[in-house]
Write a new protein. Structure first.
Length: 211
């Protein structure tokens, strides 16, 4: 188990709750860079990450999920904002717990995540269901993918939705916790996969199919 949180008392509380139930904590970190480094060195079964730590817990989740696909990622955070919730899930998190959880329940939630369950409280599950029932483009099947014969990744789909909102590469990078070069690469991949000439055509096609 790895715990990454810039608030030392929160790390201590989580570690004690886990150790009391016989769960070993192999590493701790106080920022995203350390979290990724420690995860790669120790290869824990589960990473417990704070969304709002320096460097961004969501950015750390993306990197860890990409490089350690068998490691489960659970967020334990002060934030219950929908942007953070959905950003974490898109990054590969299998759980999202809000601080204030009864700490003796934390080991049980993490055990469920390790066994393939979702460590998400009912109030947040309700929000997820509402999003999937909505017409928000990130959760809709896009006919343009079928027409062009290519499937966008979830990350590319997010980038395309942000493009359609008129945002620049720099704005997309900030909103989706990407590097500027990463945002540019995703835009290029979207244009290429859809067989289009430029981002303007991608935006026009997206808006046509989601108007």
């Amino acid at each position: 188990m790895l715990i990454a949180d810039d608030h030392a008392p929160s790390r201590d509380d989580a570690r004690q709750a886990l150790q009391q139930r016989g769960i070993s904590v192999c590493a701790e970190a106080s920022n995203a860079i350390q979290a990724v480094q420690q995860a790669l060195e120790t290869q824990p079964d589960i990473c417990l990450l704070e969304v709002r730590m320096p460097g961004g817990g969501i950015a750390a989740a993306w990197e860890i999920a990409a490089r350690l696909p068998t490691t489960k990622i659970v967020m334990l955070t002060v934030s219950d904002a929908e942007g953070d919730l959905f950003g974490a899930l898109r990054a590969g998190a299998v759980g999202y717990l809000v601080k204030g959880i009864d700490l003796p329940r934390l080991p049980h939630a993490l055990h469920d995540a390790a066994e393939g369950g979702a460590a998400i409280p009912p109030t947040l599950v309700a929000r997820i269901i509402m999003q999937f029932r909505s017409k928000h483009p990130r959760f809709r099947t896009t006919v343009l993918e079928a027409e062009e014969g290519h499937r966008l990744t979830s990350r590319e789909w997010d980038v395309l939705a942000e493009l359609a909102e008129g945002r620049s590469n720099r704005e997309i990078a900030k909103r989706l916790h990407l590097s500027p070069s990463g945002a540019r690469a995703h835009v290029s991949n979207v244009v290429h996969k859809l067989g289009l000439a430029n981002r303007g055509e991608a935006i026009a096609l997206f808006r046509k199919n989601h108007s």
